[in-house]
Design a protein around this ligand. Structure first.
Ligand SMILES: [Fe+2]
Ligand SMILES: [Fe+2]
Length: 475
């Protein structure tokens, strides 16, 4: 292994060329990362030249560079947002202390666990999406998939940087383990269940990037509040990339809806069977995909009552969404929050200590944000003159973590029997048949500017390039 030219190969603003310990750790890890990318990254893509955005600084006007690169040669870099002078720990029991530049010994294990859990999701999504390139609906979309993939790779680098820099030997071991767990593996799966599900088709990909990358946004926002300053600064920069992932999801679903509505207009019908004959995805199927991805994703926030969440907050490690914009005392002792609980066949509100409900608080903030985009999708349907509306299901629907695990709840929030669930689940969650139908549409379209029949073209290209630009050169 030849040695690395640090500023060339690994764009960074952490003074890597002068940090021998970090260099040594990365020198050992980087070949394993590249091997992982070859084995588990986008299938059959090693030789493609892809029009990618590379992070090269953290200033808003100049942070990204665009150009064709082979993904294994992508310059995965390490960037932290600039430090904020005089920043403090802004919540919890250490509120008012200077923000930590090093890991406080007493919180070391929890902090490592938080970083590892976040880090594990990044390569997991690359693994989940690795076959999608074979069925892309356009070159533009293929490029967006690869952009998301390399940035999730960079997010892994971001977490590995923290592990290498601040956690010594056990940090290095955790960094290796991040490359060894695999999405969906029987023996060594990814930590969180939603990251072991498949992303089998492009509608699932758009739903994933809309809903599940948005979970990423909320987790990163909560960690951006951390009293551990390097984690905060790392997450702040990751958020600039995350915005594009959610754009890919939101616009992808929107274009799918737009195309369906065009065919609905042409045929003068909303009959799913007729629409399927024309090779577009009927709106009820889109709703069932939405229901699945929404419910699986809100499980990621964890149990509605959690002593871990209380500990992470009280110790200043993980804040709330927009912590510093809130006007309470940021310690929350004696405060309460309303959560839902099942009583007989009803969901009823119950007041519980706020500190124990912080997962639920973050989930509720997430739900609000998710619903806003669903409203924008409905605008497309409304504009086309149809009355169908997409909706987020009730938050108790199809849950597997927390109070609602093990009970059956309809999308409208009614607690129902197992037999009612079984009789209706095909109307509520994407069925095998739905998935087989969507899979049947997934051909590979790569001629510049051409779109698969089931999706409308994007309004504009990437980085002011035309839609029919050669975003991917196949060689
Ligand atoms: Fe990410
Ligand atoms: Fe992401």
């Amino acid at each position: 292994m030849s040695s690395i030219n640090y500023s060339e190969k690994i764009p960074n603003n952490v003074n890597l060329s002068e940090d021998r310990a970090l260099q040594r750790a990365l020198e050992h890890w980087q070949p394993n990362y590249l091997q992982w990318w070859k084995d588990m990254g986008p299938n059959g893509s090693q030789n493609f030249d892809v029009y990618l955005r590379t992070a090269i600084s953290t200033t808003p006007d100049g942070w990204a560079q665009f150009g064709h690169v082979k993904m294994p040669d992508y310059r995965w870099g390490i960037f932290l947002n600039a430090p904020e002078a005089g920043r403090q720990v802004n919540f919890g029991e250490h509120k008012g202390e200077a923000a930590w530049q090093d890991v406080p010994g007493e919180h070391r294990a929890n902090l490592r666990r938080i970083i590892v859990t976040q880090g594990d999701t990044e390569p997991a999504s690359v693994e989940q999406q690795r076959h999608l390139g074979l069925t892309c609906p356009s070159q533009y979309d293929l490029r967006n998939l690869f952009q998301v993939n390399v940035e999730e790779g960079r997010h892994l680098w971001a977490m590995v940087y923290l592990l290498h820099k601040y956690f010594g030997r056990d940090g290095r071991e955790e960094a290796e383990a991040l490359l060894q767990r695999n999405s969906g593996s029987q023996d060594n799966p990814r930590i969180l269940q939603a990251f072991n599900e498949e992303t089998p088709d492009w509608l699932a990909f758009y739903m994933f990037t809309y809903f599940t990358d948005r979970d990423g946004k909320f987790q990163l926002c909560a960690l951006a509040e951390s009293g551990f300053d390097p984690l905060s600064r790392t997450c702040r920069f990751m958020l600039t990339e995350e915005a594009h992932h959610m754009f890919v999801g939101e616009s992808g679903v929107s274009r799918t809806i737009q195309r369906t509505c065009e065919v609905m207009k042409q045929l003068g019908t909303d009959d799913p069977a007729m629409l399927r004959k024309q090779g577009v995805i009927d709106l009820p199927t889109i709703q069932r995909y939405l229901n699945f991805h929404f419910s699986v994703t809100i499980d990621l926030f964890g149990a509605d009552q959690s002593s871990n969440a209380a500990t992470f907050y009280a110790s200043g490690l993980k804040g709330r969404y927009e912590e510093t914009k809130r006007s309470d005392d940021h310690q929350l002792k004696g405060e309460h929050y309303k959560i839902l609980e099942v009583q007989g066949d009803k969901l009823v509100e119950k007041e519980v200590p706020l500190l124990n409900s912080l997962n639920e608080v973050l989930r509720d903030d997430y739900i609000k944000d998710s619903i806003a985009g669903i409203g924008r999708w409905n605008k497309v349907i409304e504009k086309a003159g149809f009355s169908f509306r997409l909706q987020a299901p009730h938050k108790a629907f199809n849950r597997h973590i927390g109070t609602f695990a093990g009970i059956r709840v309809a999308p409208d929030g009614r607690v129902i029997s197992e037999s009612e669930w079984q009789a209706n689940v095909r109307n509520w969650l994407a069925s095998e048949e739905d998935r087989a139908y969507v899979a049947s549409l997934m051909g590979r379209v790569v001629e510049p500017g051409k779109m698969a029949n089931w999706i409308a073209p994007p309004a504009v290209g990437i980085n002011r390039q035309p839609v029919d630009f050669d975003y991917v050169r196949f060689n």
